[in-house]
Every structure is written in C-alpha cells, then in structure tokens.
Design a protein around this ligand. Sequence first.
Ligand code: ATP
Ligand code: MG
Length: 458
Amino acid sequence: MLNRLLRLFESSPSSDNGPTTYTQQMHGIAKSDISHSAIKVIAQLQEKGYSAYLVGGGVRDLLLDTSPKDFDVATDATPEEIRSVFRNSRIIGKRFRIVHVRFGREIIEVTTFRGSHTNAQEKGEAAQSEKGILLRDNVYGDIKSDALRRDFTINALYYNPQNGEILDFTGGMEDLQDRRIKIIGDATKRYKEDPVRMLRAVRFSAKLIFTLDSDTEAPIHEHADYLAEIPSARLFEEVLKLFLSGYATSTLHKLRDFGLLAYLFPGTDALIANDDDLNSKLVFNAAKNTDKRLRRGKRVTPAFVYAAMLWPQLRQQMKYLQEEQKLPLYDSLQQAAQGVITQQLSYTSIPKRFLLPMRDIWNLQWRLNRREGRRAQALMEHQRFRAAYDFLLLREESGEDLDGLGTWWTSFQNADEEQKEALIKAVIPKGQRNPRKRRRSPKKKTELNNEQQPKPCE
Ligand code: ATP
Ligand code: MG
C-alpha cells in the first residue's frame, strides 16, 4: 500500500475544478485483483453507452492492499435499465433501490447515481421522517452528486477499469493516505439523515485502524441517541457487520466509549462499564475469541455472539428471580431468558434461526452439569453441544467458578470408553457425597452448576 500511495503523491493528480483524477500508474491497482464479475458488469454497462465504475469498499480496500469483502458498481443507468442489460439480475430494496446481478454465488451490487433531494420529496422519490431521517432515497443524479451522498471520503472513490483512472470528488485519496475517516459534508446533518453512519464510522476506524477526523468524531458522542430511530431489523444487520468482520474487540471498545452500545445492547452496556468485572471479561473474551476464529477461517454463528452479549443480563435477572422470587434454577433461567429477549428485540431484531440456537446454548449450560449414566454421551450428540461447550469454556475463562466443569468436558471428549466410564463415575452429585454436610450448608453450590442445589447466580 505504502508504495502505491507514495507513487500517488510523487506525481500530481489532475483536477481542473472537476474531480481529481489519479491514473493507473499513480495508484497502481491491479485489474487482476478485481472480481471478474464486477469487471464484466462494468464493461457491459459501458458497452450499452452507460458510465459505470467500481466504487465504495472495493476501491478503498484495493488501495490498502486488502481483499475487498464485496465489489459495488455505480452507474448512470436506472434500476430498470440495469435490469434490462442483465438477465441474471433483480431489483431489490424499497428505501434504497439497487440491482443485484448474480454470478453463481457471487452478487454484484449495482447502484444508480443518487442526486440531490430538491423537489424529490413531492414526487415521492425521497422521504424523511419528522426527525430528518432519510426513509427513502431513490432520487437519481450524476456521478458528482452520487459522490457527495456517500458516507466517508474514503468510500467515495470511483475506479474505471477501462482506462484505469480513479475519480476523487471529496479528497478521499488524501484521507486514505493519512489513514483518516472523514464524513462527507456536515457531520451532524449526515448522522441525522442516517444514524447508522455513526456505527459505520466506528466500524471502519476499528477495521482499518484509521483515526476519526475530529469533526466526524465529535457529534457521535452527542447524537448517539439518533440510533433509537433505526428499525430493529436494520440494527441487527449492522450488529452482524460490527461483530463478525474480524475486528469485534476494538469495535466493541469503541462502541462502548462512544455511547453507541447503549442503543444496540442497552442491558449489556449498563453491565460492562468496568473492565475488570466478570461481565466485561465475558463479553470482551467472546469478542476476542470471535476475532480469532474468523482469522483462522472458522465460522461464528450470530447465535453465539448474542448468547454472549446477553449473558450478563441473563445472569443478573436469574439472580433476582432466584433470590427475590425464590424460583428454582431452571424456571429462573427460562423466565430470565424470556425477559432479556423481549427487551433486546425492541433494539435489534433476532431472527428465529438464531434465537432458538441461542436459547439452546443457554439451556445447555444447565444441562452440561448432568453427566450421570448415559447423559454425557447423549449430550455430546446434541446439535448444539459444540457451541454450548465453547460457551462453557468462555464462562470459565472469564472467571466464573464452575467447579471444573469445562475441564471435565474437555477430558470427556478426548477420552476412550474406559476413561469415559471413570469420568462419569467420578461425577457423583456433590450433595450425595456427604448428605449431612449438604444439609448444613446448602448455599455453598455454584450457579448453573449444580442441579440439586440451584443457587443465585453470583
Ligand atoms: P464493506 O463492504 O467492506 O463493509 P463498504 O464501504 O463497501 O464496506 P457497503 O455497505 O458495501 O460498505 O456500501 C458500499 C458503499 O455505499 C460505501 O462504500 C459507501 O460509499 C456507500 N454507503 C453505504 N452505506 C451508506 C450510508 N449509510 N450512507 C451513505 N453512503 C453509504
Ligand atoms: Mg462493500
């Protein structure tokens, strides 16, 4: 990257009051690093007489020598026109209409240049809520207006594979060189239009290790509450990007420090203010493990992320239900889970396909303690055993006292038949080892760790 950008500033780009143009020689992006499908889409649009560019994260990441997650194309063709060029395409989105062009498993997102909103609201192509949030943005315009409606300068660079030029309308190349995230236009206004941009600012600064420009950063602290206006389904999608892009740990720190976490996971935010306590350790260890797994090419299910993010609250509520309402452990777990989920759903949605596995992970924390007879073997065959076991280790690693349960399960999984039998034999419910003692001190048992003696969570 460095060489590439140095080359960029050795020669001077051309401007003439229009965009600054950087030639292929100056930026050095190799066409071979770009998805063939994206190149094909651009070429076909250009053949039909439209202008078309690679834009967004694709260009940004290529300039930084990292592999882009996806390739987005911007064009002056309308969605219907794009649709008629590609048989393998469909128009999606209402709030923001775009076209997906499909090549096997790869999808190229093609967006029509957006324009300014003057008069557009009357025609219904654009709409804003009372609070100024953009509800719809389907006003088309030219490439310059398109650049100005994008979020950050580093995301508004237009690469034309045909002549190799990059067009820069907002100073994005310099910001890329200086490793700076800078919003385009007035920050407060842009965050008001779309508060998700605050989450994106934090995500990119964590992922790219870029600093936030001071004018871009300052209003975030002040206007985090704008996020309350965003539909829970969209926030769920953003949570996945924040936590499953490989930079969850630094992202989580930033979300907390900027006061944004309170609008994604309010219960968790309130319980992880202090880095040293059990809750913070669990949540940050979960983020660290997630990053590690992704780096090794392993899968991470959102169900696991949510199970961890909501665990501090679950524990707190269970503690209350057990101590104050005298509910048995299993009932308190079910009731607390219901309460935590209901509260969370008013912030971020959680699709059923993740909600059920998340509850399984929680329920299994209780069941993992029941190992007598054939139970342990049967549990290992449970669909969610692996995730539940990982979660158990996470709890242990974060300082919960589980009486060696995680270690026991690690040994059990690695044991032969004989060793397994011995391990099971050794699991005599603690209460039965010394009934007298148990009667005298029934409160000495650990949370979620002894079925016979449910005890408040902390
Ligand atoms: P990545 O795909 O690596 O997460 P990206 O920058 O490509 O990063 P996308 O969500 O794919 O992000 O969006 C593509 C481009 O669309 C962005 O680079 C930006 O130019 C524009 N964009 C996306 N979301 C917004 C938004 N909320 N406001 C303004 N522009 C946006
Ligand atoms: Mg992208």
